[in-house]
Ligand binder design. Structure first.
Ligand code: KG4
Ligand code: ZN
Length: 414
């Protein structure tokens, strides 16, 4: 086990696997517990958290821009950046205050640097550099999607390797997590992310005109509406990419089909202005069913690929589902059905750790800190990256393997 007391105050040189080298870092003498401050601003949440080296959350703060973007009909990057600029300082100050620590008790600043909206990422990194420079701390840069995967380990005993399905507003990825910095990508979305499609459809359905849905994100609103469906089989959508024997995803075709059904029903019922079609709940249920089936289908093939290539030993069959869309219980229960049949254990972080948060950034940094990875003291050239692949791509190998799959039956609505 890494012993911070032993090395505190020493000059240490750490070679990292990636491009950053830590040279002769002098750890402050008063650092006896490695408290880590994490900053997340990759999209529309300004979030910060402090954890200690046990992974205990000492404090966390989140300012969500959701309501403003709901009003604007989507995220406008300049608006998101302005809000991050306004809130980053108070959010970090509040987090430090609530932790009952002083900044001197913080060992390292962690910050999301990729992937994400460039204007949003830039605010977090600039503030992290300002803190690091002012208080003489190293920085640990974090890949947002890696953080979504690893956060499941904060309160579950999940050992490497494990399979991770990451479903959010910006991404849809399936990967084997071999180690903290060692991801093998098996599949990714070829067009939109599921959260993005849920948000767009919710907007087009005008769900925010219903007071119950007016203050929640599109994905949540669709889940709530679907739970009230009386006829979940009224609409049926084809399985996306059914003929492609790989683990990639696609949601644009489904979005077009849902919107065309919506349009047809609006015409049929002569719907005008702000009204909703009477079949709203059933349409939401059918959409969730289609998304779930697609996710299950690709995950099932990823499990087979892992088995055929010995990527995950049979005694470590673990699936982590994370990212904002993983909050969805219908989707989670569908994946659970798959895991029950394939003898995988399924793990999902609690909702507030599935959606964007500062804890996952601090936790990912703690995982790196323990393995002496990516601790940067010379961060002047450290920059953001809007797009960043998740580890080594095995997608071509998956395509070549052409693994046939008989999709399992989902039995929610029976
Ligand atoms: O991970 P996240 O907070 O941000 C990104 O990294 O994108 O995910 C946000 C996405 C949004 O698109 C939101 O609609 C979706 O997660 N989401 C949900 C639910 N809660 C949040 N989607 C489906 N069902 C939910 N309960
Ligand atoms: Zn996210």
């Amino acid at each position: 086990m890494f012993n911070i007391n032993r090395i505190a105050g020493l000059n240490i040189a750490i070679a990292t696997k990636n491009r950053y080298l830590l040279q002769n870092i002098i750890l402050p003498k008063n650092v006896y517990s490695t408290n880590i401050l994490g900053i997340e601003t990759s999209c529309d949440d300004t979030a910060c958290a402090i954890i200690n080296d046990n992974g205990d959350i000492l404090s966390e703060t989140l300012y969500s821009q959701n309501l403003i973007h709901l009003r604007n009909g989507g995220i406008i990057p300049d608006v998101a950046q302005d809000l991050h600029r306004t809130y980053i300082e108070p959010v970090v100050a509040e987090t430090i205050k609530n932790s009952k620590l002083s900044i001197n008790n913080i060992a390292v600043i962690a910050v999301t640097v990729k992937p994400g909206l460039p204007l949003s990422l830039a605010v977090g990194l600039k503030y992290a550099k300002h803190l690091a420079r002012t208080y003489n701390k190293p920085i640990i840069p974090i890949h947002h999607m890696q953080a979504h995967a690893l956060i499941a380990r904060i309160n579950n005993n999940i050992s490497f390797p494990f399979l991770a399905l990451l479903i959010s507003g910006g991404h849809c990825l399936i990967a084997v997590v071999q180690d903290v910095n060692d991801f093998q990508l098996l599949g990714e979305s070829m067009d939109s992310a599921p959260g993005e499609v849920l948000d767009k459809v919710a907007r087009r359905m005008k769900l925010k005109n219903v007071s119950e849905y007016s203050k929640i994100c599109g994905g949540q609103a669709i889940e709530l509406a679907a739970s009230k469906s009386t006829n979940p089989f009224l609409f049926k959508f084809p399985l996306p990419l059914a003929d492609y024997k790989d683990c990639n995803f696609s949601f644009n075709g489904l979005k077009t089909s849902v919107l065309s059904k919506l349009y047809k029903k609006e015409k049929e019922h002569n719907i005008i202005a702000d009204a909703l079609i009477p079949e709203t709940n059933d349409l939401c249920a059918a959409m969730l069913t289609a998304i779930s089936k697609h996710l299950v289908h690709r995950t099932q093939r990823a499990m087979m690929f892992c088995q055929q290539n010995n990527l995950i030993p049979h005694y470590k069959k673990q699936l982590v589902v994370s990212g904002g869309v993983a909050c969805n219980n219908f989707i989670y229960n569908s994946l659970k059905m798959l895991c029950d049949q394939t003898e995988y254990s399924i793990y999902r972080p609690p909702p507030k750790l599935c959606t964007d948060n500062g804890v996952m950034i601090a936790w990912n940094a703690l995982e790196k800190w323990k393995k002496h990875l990516d601790i940067i003291t010379n961060y002047n050239t450290l920059d953001i990256e809007a797009n960043s692949p998740l580890g080594e791509s095995l997608i071509e190998n998956v395509i070549k393997a052409k693994i046939p799959i008989k999709v399992i039956k989902l039995t929610h609505n029976k």
